[in-house]
Write a protein that binds this ligand. Structure first.
Ligand code: ADP
Ligand code: MG
Length: 736
């Protein structure tokens, strides 16, 4: 047996088992070894035989005897039988269809059995219990670190099941693999000194302890190693990406403080301290001949766009190096207005959706209209250019052909291009791209970055911006390739959103208040936890409100108003259409799932109801609430709770008191289980990895070690095994 062997070459599997394994992404022996238990049956769950009742699922610990195998009287199915005795009594054990189980232990062995208590003709019996034989449990020689066998058997690992595969199947497969001894031969890939420093077990030991812990401590030490490992490898990969990106040349941006002050001085507001500092730091970053790589984090409305516009201004005022002062004028300039910056450095600004790209385009027109420079917009549905000779009050821009736009971008006549992903297609060529701004993107991976590097080897300074509030430990990990700037204050004078936690009995009163605002022409978001189908996992429990059912309900509550729906299963075009309708007030009420989370701006929508608020994380609620922050009118957020419990209300109250999204994301991390944070879905971090994220010391250790290694050996030449792993993990993220 080798680690790379397909499981099918060592285990006979049924079709549905094969399918299930594929679904879990498990192909090889190695893969299954890294399929970790989600929990262990706990010693405290061990029951006394005397206390068992039919229907219980129980773990008992005792001496086994009367082992035999036979065929069932009528059905002829093979069965294994035994009795187990503890200090309180004796109970029979039957393994239907698993006669071999009775041969896996010896008379008188001490064992742990876990399974269901059933009632038959002859009384209670344990049916098909898991068996764990105490004497044969693997004992590791490193045990001395944590105290040798304490004499107490820790529980069975419990694995996440999926259709076709049981936890039990995985457990047995794992035990067979471990018995092969293969695990002990796996070469360690984390440097020994790091393991020593943080008291982490070696890979072989950790795998055995993960799947067959003797004690709770074994299990937790093994988990600690793997969660450290996950974060460490993400950090390594990010640091290497960073090093590679920094190897590129960039166009240095000339920092002209007086000119910048003039630009900022035109804002219809005074910049916040945070904005000023971010601008200063980044202008300095960008004055270097190698690229900046920075993340600007700030709540919705904290003024990131203004920061981005200022940096863009700095770039487009700079002439590329070695360009003669008297740069030749083109024969056909774009409306003759672009002369001021023609041939200067350029800026690309990328947004995740067309709606957002269009909004940025309109914002930038406001920020740049006094400069006389051109701004272009490119999306899947067309291209625009500002300014235009045929401007009207509604549209200061004009539609132009893609070919024309691309031409003006390629010759440097359009210095600022805003767009969706269309912006990094091959056909889009800049003359002197100096700054790339990426808005609301969780991560801008290696592949996308490569596309930004020019043929001549120039890479733009990179500014990522996000309003997704995440804890510091998580940011340090997933954005390990970026320097962080944070806008943690809101501009002064913003009216705070009035936020209320509404218990089920007070719904109607709220609807009345909302009706008054709607009569004044305001619009409403209603967020529901589900789209439509009932949640099979929550059978019997109170079902969360769904978008489709709630939309019907709202039509009755608010007669005469139009209700639209929006959720993730709609096509992008349909979503855009609905957003457009809402934005232009053809729809009064938008009933949606949390898809509206990301940066959409409808200033007239001043109210938001969040149904089943306790089902959302605090940071997510905060972000949803951010939808109604953009108006001069008073904004309201109603958190509709399903339960009346004081605990629910207590958690939700944090929304009213926390200063910003970061604080709430830290609270989420502290209050919720790692698994509830959705790490896998959003950031590609497993639940185990999220355990490390909860531990600032561990994250800092992983970061320090990764940084030190990459600083001295950026190509991991001295660490071939680590290098291989980093490469394989990088491949995985490319498929995101
Ligand atoms: P973000 O992109 O961070 O969500 P924006 O840059 O779009 O935020 O700013 C939100 C709103 O606040 C915009 O209308 C903008 O003009 C305004 N704004 C930005 N900075 C300030 C400030 N320092 N003081 C007052 N208003 C500001
Ligand atoms: Mg924004």
């Amino acid at each position: 047996m080798l680690l790379g062997d397909p499981i099918t070459s060592h285990f006979r599997l049924q079709e549905d088992q094969k399918k299930a394994l594929t679904r879990l992404g498990i192909k090889t022996i190695r893969d299954i070894l890294y399929y970790f238990p989600v929990r262990y049956t706990n010693v405290s769950e061990i029951k006394l035989i005397r206390d068992l009742a039919a229907g219980d699922t129980a773990t008992i610990y005792g001496r086994i005897s009367n082992l035999k195998t036979r065929k069932a009287f009528k059905s002829k199915i093979p069965m294994g039988e035994a009795e187990i005795e503890d200090s309180s009594g004796t109970i029979s054990v039957i393994w239907f269809n698993q006669a071999y189980m009775a041969k896996m232990v010896h008379e008188g062995d001490s064992v742990e059995l876990s399974g269901k208590v059933s009632e038959g003709k002859h009384g209670l019996f344990l049916s098909n219990p898991e068996l764990k034989e105490k004497n044969s449990l693997p004992i590791d020689t490193h045990g001395s670190l944590f105290g040798k066998d304490s004499g107490e058997v820790f529980g069975f690992p419990i694995y996440r099941e999926t259709r076709g595969i049981t936890s039990r199947f995985i457990y047995h497969t794992m035990q067979k693999i471990i018995k092969e001894g293969l695990v002990k031969t796996i070469p360690e890939y984390i440097p020994q000194d790091i393991l020593k420093k943080y008291n982490l077990p070696t890979i072989g030991t950790a795998l055995v302890w993960m799947h067959s812990p003797m004690t709770e401590n074994d299990a937790s030490v093994a988990r600690k190693r793997f969660s450290f490992e996950e974060v460490f490898f993400i950090q390594l990969a990010r640091k290497i990406e960073r090093e590679n990106y920094l190897q590129n040349k960039s166009f240095p941006v000339v920092d002209d403080p007086a000119d910048i002050a003039d630009f900022v001085g035109r804002f219809p507001f005074k910049q916040t301290e945070g904005q000023e500092k971010a601008i200063r730091t980044m202008l300095e970053d960008m004055s270097k001949p190698h690229p900046m790589a920075r993340l600007l984090e700030g709540d919705v409305g904290s003024g990131k766009t203004a920061v981005a516009a200022t940096l863009a201004y700095g770039a487009i005022k700079t002439r590329p190096p070695k360009t003669p002062q008297a740069f030749g004028r083109p024969s056909a300039t774009a409306d003759g207005l672009a002369k001021a910056t023609f041939g200067n450095l350029q800026v690309a600004y990328m947004a995740p959706t067309e709606i957002l790209a269009t909004q940025h385009f309109e914002n930038f027109i406001q920020y740049f209209k006094h400069t006389g420079i051109s701004v272009g917009l490119i999306t899947g549905s067309g291209c625009r250019k500002f300014p235009t000779k045929v401007a009207s009050a509604q549209t200061p821009w004009t539609n132009i052909s893609r070919a024309q736009l691309l031409k003006w971008v390629a010759n440097g006549e359009i210095p600022i291009l805003i767009g969706t992903h269309a912006l990094i297609q091959k056909s889009v060529v800049f003359k002197h791209l100096a700054l790339a701004i990426i808005d609301e993107q969780h991560r801008f991976g290696t592949m996308q970055r490569k596309k930004l590097v020019s043929k001549e080897g120039f890479a733009p300074h990179l500014l990522s911006m996000t309003a997704t509030p995440i804890p510091r430990t998580l940011a340090l990990t997933i954005y390990g390739d970026l320097d962080l700037s944070i806008l943690d204050q809101m501009p002064a004078g913003r009216k705070p959103i009035i936020t209320e936690i509404i218990l089920p009995t007070n719904r109607d009163k709220v609807y009345d208040c909302i009706k008054t605002e709607m009569k004044n022409g305001r619009q409403l978001y209603v967020i529901c936890p589900r789209i439509d189908e009932p949640d099979p996992e929550k059978e019997g429990a109170v079902q969360a409100r769904s978008v489709t059912a709630e939309a019907d309900h709202l039509r009755k509550v608010f007669p005469g108003y139009s209700v639209g729906i929006l959720h993730s299963k709609m096509t992008p075009a349909k979503k855009d259409e609905v957003m457009e309708d809402f934005s232009s007030h053809r729809i009064d009420i938008l009933c949606a799932t949390s898809v509206v989370e990301v940066g959409v701006n409808v200033p007239n929508a001043t109210m938001i109801i969040i149904e089943g608020a306790e089902r959302f994380g605090l940071a997510q609620l905060h972000q949803l609430r951010g939808r109604v922050i953009r108006s001069n009118h008073q904004a309201y957020c109603y958190l509709f709770a399903e339960s009346k419990s004081a605990k629910t209300a207590d958690r939700l109250k944090a929304i009213k008191t926390a200063k910003n999204g970061f604080e709430l994301s830290e609270l989420d991390l502290a209050l919720r289980g790692a698994g509830e944070l959705g790490g896998t879905k959003q950031w590609g971090i497993t639940d185990l990895g999220m355990e490390a994220i909860k531990n600032i010391k561990m994250v800092e250790a992983a970061r320090a070690e990764a940084t030190a290694i990459v600083a001295k050996d950026p190509n991991l030449t001295a660490y071939p095994l680590m290098k291989e792993l980093v490469e394989s993990k990088k491949l995985e993220t490319h498929f995101e």
